[in-house]
Design a protein around this ligand. Structure first.
Ligand SMILES: [Fe+2]
Length: 467
């Protein structure tokens, strides 16, 4: 049989850490941008056995788990192995192997880490990122994030953008080429190749190799501003349901998720406990959205019950959208209907529930912000109800923002930074700290990284922190 080429062009990844296990991922794609829909990734239509190993050491001398998975064309020859039986709060290394007729047999190794045991007081050090638009720039921020080797990486949506090449790109808005033919994604093959384009990026691969990821999506994994089963632009709902199903499948095929999509969708909202330090409550703000509810009734009830039942010091809402009130002075609309300002009743149920240690992490707006939550944002005397850290984009260009006017009109917001970057946080039983990292440029590789600001949380308020 002819040599099939190098199979691990998309790297390796891990995710969904629990105290006793993680998911490890790869996808065989010797031709990652191949355009034959019958051979996704340039793979033949057969099941390929993929060996996997998990070791305690980087040299794979102390292997603790191993096995063989089946890579099937049905899932674009992606492999998601649920590894269990691991020790809590521990580093592990993993890799994959294939036999002939591939040109190489062993993948690069990734480093992962399990969550701490249920009663553990170990702090968790995590980073969060969002909005990595490939054509807007280089993923240098992810390279610096990888160097920090956090315990986990939270991805808050816009992992890919569905857009094709714009007819007349503005300055800084087309510095890297998408995969040919540079069209907007609508079909499974197009979404697969868009993920493959992103995943061939060495900085993104490094960030996946460095730590387990816990991801949730926003809109651009499918289509700009879609809501639930509706496209958001009035076009044919039946065609959009097929498009959404294709997009969800490609998302699953390229991320280390525990759960597969079914005919009805893909469950994204979930709870990831980190001992007594933090509960991560991962939200899905798109799939179940209606005109009346951002999350849909079932997810709303789940979240309120989880918040009420959490014994962890910090309850971290992991979700894409600006949560605090953000009044933008000038001509209306002054509040954005697509963010939580469009759903103030449920937001008040969260901020008014008396939750101690509520921390919201978010993205979407392509600039960095930080602020305090209020039980009632309309009342300046309302008590603080937690904090929000809004991370900047990895590369996506921001809209023009009069940040001074927004900060003046929203006294609960305390910080703005207009550079691209990410945020790294430490959540422990005795404190929460966040450091904003920023890169100087993304239109070419090699930017240094700087710390833009640091904050701690004290009595549900934001205080400056030495960095
Ligand atoms: Fe975005």
């Amino acid at each position: 049989m002819a040599n099939l080429g190098y199979p691990f062009t998309l790297g390796v990844a891990s995710g969904e850490p629990l105290p006793d296990g993680v998911v490890i991922w790869t996808r065989l794609a010797p031709e990652p941008l191949g355009r034959d829909p019958a051979r996704p990734g340039g793979m033949p239509d057969r099941i390929v056995p993929v060996g996997w190993q998990v070791a305690e050491d980087e040299g794979f001398r102390r292997i603790v788990r191993q096995g063989t998975a089946r890579a099937d064309r049905r899932w674009a020859h992606s492999v998601h192995v649920r590894v269990d039986g691991l020790n809590p709060g521990s580093d592990y290394f993993y890799r994959f192997s294939v036999g002939a007729p591939f040109a190489a047999t062993t993948s690069p190794a990734g480093r992962t880490r399990t969550a701490p045991a249920a009663g553990a007081v170990t702090p968790v050090r995590f980073a969060f990122v969002s909005c990595q638009r490939y054509e807007h720039g280089h993923f240098t921020a992810l390279r610096h994030l990888a160097d920090e080797r956090p315990d986990a990486v939270l991805q808050l949506g816009d992992y890919v953008y569905e857009y094709g090449r714009p007819a007349a790109p503005g300055p800084g808005r087309y510095v890297r080429r998408l995969e040919a033919p540079e069209e907007e994604c609508r079909t499974l093959q197009q979404y697969r190749n868009r993920y493959a384009r992103y995943r061939t990026d060495p900085d993104l691969q490094a960030a996946h190799r460095a730590a387990p990821w816990i991801a949730t999506w926003d809109d651009h994994e499918v289509r700009d501003n879609y809501r639930g089963a509706l496209p958001g632009d009035g076009s044919d709902p039946a065609a959009f349901r097929r498009r959404r199903a294709a997009a969800y499948q490609a998302y699953y095929e390229h991320l280390p998720l525990r759960v597969r999509p079914s005919a009805s969708g893909l469950q994204m909202h979930r709870w990831r406990p980190y001992g007594r330090a933090a509960d991560f409550l991962v939200l899905d703000v798109r799939q179940h959205r209606t005109a009346a509810s951002m999350l849909g009734g079932a997810q709303e009830e789940w979240l309120l019950a989880r918040l009420a039942g959490s014994a962890a010091r910090w309850k971290v809402l992991v979700q894409p959208l600006f949560f605090s009130r953000r009044f933008v002075p000038g001509p209306p609309p002054n509040l954005r209907a697509d963010a939580w300002d469009g759903y103030p009743e449920f937001r008040r149920r969260v901020t008014g529930a008396g939750v101690r240690g509520l921390v919201v992490v978010s993205g979407d707006v392509h600039n960095a912000w930080a602020g305090e939550l209020r039980a009632d944002f309309a009342d300046p005397a309302s008590p603080p109800a937690g904090v929000e850290f809004v991370g900047s984009s990895v590369t996506s260009m921001p809209p023009a923002t009069d940040s001074a006017a927004v900060l003046a009109a929203n006294p609960h917001l305390r910080f703005f930074d207009g550079r691209r970057g990410y945020v790294v946080c430490t959540a422990g039983v005795d404190g929460f700290h966040a450091a904003y990292r920023a890169v100087d440029f993304v239109d070419r590789p090699g930017s240094p990284v700087r710390t833009a600001a640091g904050f701690a949380v004290r009595d549900d308020r934001l205080v400056p922190d030495a960095v």
